[in-house]
Each structure stands twice: as C-alpha cells, then as structure tokens.
Design a protein around this ligand. Structure first.
Ligand code: HEC
Length: 101
C-alpha cells in the first residue's frame, strides 16, 4: 500500500510539475512595449497560452529565433497549430527589436 501511494504521487508530479514554463511571466503587461504592433499582437496572442507573457528582454536578439522554435515544439506536443512562417517572422522581428540587445 505504501508503495502504491508513492507511485501515485510520483505519477501526479510527472504530469503536473513543470510543463508550464515555470516562472516565465513578466511582472506586468504594462512593462512590455509595443504590444499593439503586428508582431506585438502575435506575441500577446500566442505566447501566453501555456505560461504568462514573458518580457522580450529575457533574451538577446540572436537568441529569440531558437526559443521560438522550441515553443513551436511545445505547441505541436499540445496539438496547437504551429505559427505560420509569416507569423513567426513578425514575432521574431518584434522580439529582436524589443530584446535585451
Ligand atoms: C504550448 C505551450 C507553450 C506556448 C504556446 C509557448 N510556450 Fe514558452 N514555454 C513552454 C514550456 C513548456 C516552457 C518550459 C520549457 C522550455 O523552456 O522549453 C516554456 C518556456 C519559455 C521561456 C523560458 C525559457 C527560456 O528559454 O527563456 C520563454 C522565454 C518562453 N517560453 C517564451 C515563449 C514565447 C515567446 C512564446 C510565443 C511564441 C511561447 N513561449 C509560447 C510552453 C509554451
């Protein structure tokens, strides 16, 4: 009995723990610039489904494209439609322009 309880706990942890982007969210939406631009709108719409909207400053310009590719994999795993090439381009441009440099 003790073993099966431990097993259930482990099982629950494996499925609920840590698949939501952890502490990714920006402190407030107002701190995020240019959300009304084409890329900013995509960012707001597509990047807060699994975790809070991160700040564009958490990565440097040349890192964002890789992060977006990883998020595409997360989308596919959740059976969300991946972003189109055009959406991805607008989004990466937005993130680069507003990044940490
Ligand atoms: C389908 C769910 C999902 C969506 C949609 C999603 N993310 Fe994530 N995100 C995750 C998960 C899961 C993690 C934690 C694992 C990891 O880092 O890959 C994460 C982590 C992150 C991190 C922290 C890790 C790092 O590399 O800095 C950032 C930043 C991030 N996401 C940005 C984005 C952006 C930008 C978008 C919009 C394109 C986005 N996410 C959309 C699931 C998602």
């Amino acid at each position: 009995m003790r073993n099966s309880a431990a097993f259930i706990l482990l099982f629950a942890f494996a499925f609920t723990g840590c698949d939501n982007g952890g502490n990714t969210a920006a402190k407030s939406l107002e701190s995020i610039p240019n959300l009304d631009t084409p890329g900013g709108k995509i960012f707001k719409e597509f990047c807060s489904a699994c975790h809070g909207l991160p700040s564009p400053t958490v990565h440097k310009a040349d890192e964002w494209a890789n992060v977006i590719e990883r998020m595409q994999v997360h989308r596919i795993k959740k059976a969300y439609l991946p972003l189109s090439d055009e959406q991805k381009q607008d989004l990466v441009n937005y993130l680069k322009e507003n990044s940490a440099g």
